[in-house]
Design a protein around this ligand. Sequence first.
Ligand code: TMP
Length: 212
Amino acid sequence: MPRTGRRKKKLFITFEGIDGCGKTTQAMLVSQLLTSERYQVKLLREPGSTAVAERIRELLLDANTNLTDTTELLLYEAARAELVGREILPALKAEQIVLCDRFYDSTTAYQGYGRKLDLRMVRSLHRVAVGDLKPDLTLLFDIDLKTAFSRLGKNPDRLESQSRAFFKRVRQGFLDIARKNRRRVKVIDATQSVEEIFEEVKRYLARRVDLV
Ligand code: TMP
């Protein structure tokens, strides 16, 4: 392969955790690293990353929007269906590495465990939105609520302003998902420094891609 060419690799990695866990920073660092290693990388976020999904995101995060739990669930899945169909599947088909800041585990954790919606119903909606698509690797950035909350900004969005009890259930939900999907989901202690976390992230990445 010539030095200037882009390396092809079909790989789907998702970044998960409660608000304030630092996953967005890590997703950006991974994107920079893989790009510098000449991989073709697509960095996406959920909800969002398409014109329609960004509009759904605005609705979902607006502190003034009043949604029933079911509407909220369906809007997250609708944004996901857009992203999968328009961005993720085409990128994977073109053998690119897709990095997604949140994916369906967030819905299981927030709407399933957090809002206490029926988990079977939530999972069946994932299937409607994504079909058979499954991340190759999910990095779960686990953090205690106190540290996570201390990292959030002054103006919390609609989700960030939920109660501690809600976030406790969400965190537990993520850990349950990890326990049930040990091969796919790797738990990382997100109370460490950005550099220490990134070292751990790189160790998991190195099992999937060639890093110089
Ligand atoms: P972000 O702050 O990580 O960009 O995520 C937006 C918010 O939406 C965050 O509070 C988590 C929440 N969320 C859900 O409740 N369910 C979902 O399926 C997703 C993707 C995000």
